[in-house]
Design a protein around this ligand. Structure first.
Ligand code: 5MY
Ligand code: ADP
Length: 304
């Protein structure tokens, strides 16, 4: 029995007659192949990457397992359509907090059409992609049984200035999650989710070390999915902080050149996470320097 993924935070979504991914009960995620070159390109990437013996295991673990393709009933009711069969990354998680972070200041590949480049350039300029090298593409943060999830409008988190991005990445690992953006996040789970020898920062650094060397692929418009289970953190157990790479519709051959675009965005994200770990109590204040210009300043005054 196929259903709409309960924890999808970004991308094309099934439902209301739209084409989007579906999941089954055995832990598989069915992503429809988009009819144009995006579909064929993503399939080409998964086929090549999954059999590429140059990829070490400590790197391939960051990618969803690929199980081939299958014709299944599309979610938009258009009949049998080819889908990529992938590992469902949220399987086994009860109330996962998830953020999709689109990496790179540039989200279009050199092969893209002029029209597509213009569309992406506009989005990259209007969001934090250009200034920060990444944008928060979608997020859900689990609060508790009563409050459920905080799942803001996607467009509201894509174009935030640096300090607000940091605030959200703090909120992500806090126990006092609230819709009130002015509330200081307590970063109660920063050490266990972001920190530690197996935490998210250490995984990001492992990925970075590979990107400093690899020249096989260029990952345009690809996302890092960061996930953990707040319920476990609240019980004092390992919350299972994990990163995975997804969305390879715009991956192209690297032809012996470092993927500076991805690497730059990754380094920027690493800086944010490192700073949160070093100064979780750094106080972030909202100020209005001009009537219609909201900005944020921070001072390390230890106020929580
Ligand atoms: O449809 P839109 O405008 O939401 O844009 C999609 C993007 O959403 P976002 O910019 O985050 O709002 C979407 O981004 P996410 O995967 O949601 O981060 C993709 O970039 C998608 O392009 P493609 O299928 O990868 O070529 C984009 O889809 P296309 O417009 O290229 O079909
Ligand atoms: N293998 C997966 N398992 C679980 N969820 C996934 C998986 N791949 C993607 N997702 C979810 O679907 C969303 C969109 O995926 P993505 O591959 O970026 O689609 P699109 O090409 O439509 O942008 C992600 O933000 C994530 O929430």
């Amino acid at each position: 029995m196929l259903k709409i993924p309960p924890h999808q935070v970004a991308g094309h979504k099934a439902g209301n007659g739209k084409l989007g991914p579906l999941v089954d009960e055995s832990g598989r995620f069915y992503k429809p192949l988009q009819g144009d070159e995006r579909g064929s390109n993503e399939l080409k990437f998964y086929t090549s990457f999954s059999s590429d013996t140059r990829i070490p295991e400590h790197i391939s673990k960051f990618f969803p397992t690929f199980y081939g393709t299958q014709l299944i009933e599309a979610s938009d009711g258009s009949g049998l359509k080819p889908h990529l069969i992938l590992q469902d990354l949220s399987v086994g998680r009860v109330n996962p907090s998830i953020v999709d972070i689109k990496i790179g200041s540039r989200t279009w590949a050199p092969e893209a059409s002029e029209e597509y480049i213009q569309k992406c350039l506009k989005k990259d300029r209007e969001t934090s992609s250009l200034p920060l090298g990444f944008r928060l593409s979608g997020i859900q943060i689990y609060g508790n049984k009563e409050s459920g999830y905080w799942k803001p409008e996607r467009t509201s988190v894509q174009n935030l200035p640096a300090e607000k991005v940091k605030l959200i990445l703090k909120k992500f690992v806090s126990s006092n999650t609230s819709t009130d953006m002015d509330l200081q996040p307590d970063c109660a789970f920063a050490a266990t989710v972001y920190g530690g020898s197996t935490g998210i920062l250490s995984q990001l650094l492992e990925l970075k070390a590979w990107f400093e060397d690899q020249t096989m692929y260029h990952f345009y418009s690809c996302s890092i999915l960061m996930m953990f289970e707040k319920g476990l953190a609240l019980e004092g157990q390992n919350p299972g902080g994990q990163i995975k790479l997804i969305d390879f519709a715009h991956v192209f051959e690297g032809r012996g050149v470092i993927d500076h675009n991805f690497l730059g965005g990754l380094c920027s994200l690493i800086k944010f996470i490192s700073e949160i770990l070093t100064a979780p109590n750094e106080y972030t204040t909202e100020v209005f320097s001009e009537p219609d210009q909201k900005s944020l300043i921070s001072s390390d005054n230890g106020v929580n």
